[in-house]
Ligand binder design. Structure first.
Ligand code: GTP
Ligand code: MG
Length: 279
């Protein structure tokens, strides 16, 4: 897992390789280049300026600290509901397929196609469900997505499914009508599970760096997320933005997408991640 992460983070690792010089000026440059942002770079540098220990050790510790936000656990009775939202093309459908693959190694999984907007959205998820070998509740374009989720929740109950993973339509954070649609889906989930989805997750395209914070904030305010998935981490040198994104939104990162294949997902562990950047 760690070696996989190391190879997929090559772009970001290249930026961080310069920290071996260990001067504060170089480290500052690296953090800014990696899109850690001015605010968090200065928080980190203040720590480094004060330390009498090895600067690199403190840098790693501080990055780990900034990434260690408490994660929502999957506790209690199944089915566990995982819902994935996000802007268009941020990697939702690929991510739900990856999660289905991950969870289906040990448990029963139902994929739910609640993207009833995009042409062939259902077909895309259908292909994934066959490839991964899990059941799917499909939909038609134009159908009421909340009704699709209602059917899926019923099916999950009667078939004793353990993980229900809901793919939703891509939407810009500015489309209030589409944000209402997500709220409607949430209300349906709450009829079956009063706390709502166990994991209410947003996919964020990591190649956009800090630019996605504002749109993510509007999702957070609209639908009360409890975690993030940063996708396309394999293709970015700006992955340091994971620090401001997670801290500004007060949301833990649960997974990283590190490629287009169904196996290309990694459970986010701050220590492994930071060590993979440096070592
Ligand atoms: N390199 C890389 N590509 C990814 C990753 N995740 C998704 N992609 C690619 O990003 C593109 C969009 O992925 P989708 O999963 O269709 O995104 P989506 O959010 O469902 O898109 P819409 O439903 O249209 O909003 C595809 O070409 C994926 O292969 C990742 O972790 N790494
Ligand atoms: Mg999609």
């Amino acid at each position: 897992m760690l070696s996989n992460l190391v190879s997929r983070l090559s772009k970001l690792r290249k930026t961080f390789s310069h920290t071996s010089e260990a001067s504060l000026e170089v480290i500052e440059d690296v953090l800014i280049q990696a899109d850690v942002g001015v605010k968090y770079t200065s928080i980190i540098l203040q720590k480094l300026a004060k330390t009498k220990s090895n600067v690199l050790v403190v840098l790693k510790d501080e990055m780990i600290r900034l990434l260690s936000l408490a994660k929502p656990e999957l506790e209690g009775e199944p089915p566990f509901i995982i819902m994935v939202s996000g802007v268009n093309g941020s990697g939702k459908t690929t991510t739900v397929a990856k999660l289905a693959s991950l969870y289906s190694q040990q448990a029963s999984v139902l994929l739910v196609s609640a993207d009833t907007y995009r042409d062939a959205a259902h077909e895309q998820l259908n292909i994934w469900s066959r490839r991964v070998g899990v059941e799917i509740v499909g939909s038609q374009k134009g159908q009421d997505s909340a009704a699709v989720v209602y059917d899926a929740m019923g099916k999950a109950g009667s078939k004793k499914i353990e993980y229900v993973i809901i793919d939703t339509a891509g939407r810009l954070h500015t489309r209030t009508d589409l944000m209402e649609e997500l709220k409607k889906i949430l209300r349906v989930v709450k009829k079956f599970k009063s706390g709502g989805p166990d994991h209410n997750l947003l996919t964020i395209d990591a190649t956009l760096g800090q630019n996605s914070i504002q749109q993510a904030r509007i999702f957070t305010e609209g639908i009360g997320l409890n975690g993030l998935i940063l996708t396309k981490f394999d293709g970015t040198a700006k992955g340091g933005a994971i620090i401001p994104i997670s801290n500004e939104l007060h949301l833990p990162v649960l997974y990283l997408g590190i490629g287009e294949g169904v196996e290309d997902i990694i459970e986010f562990e701050p220590k492994d991640f930071v060590h993979a950047l440096f070592d």
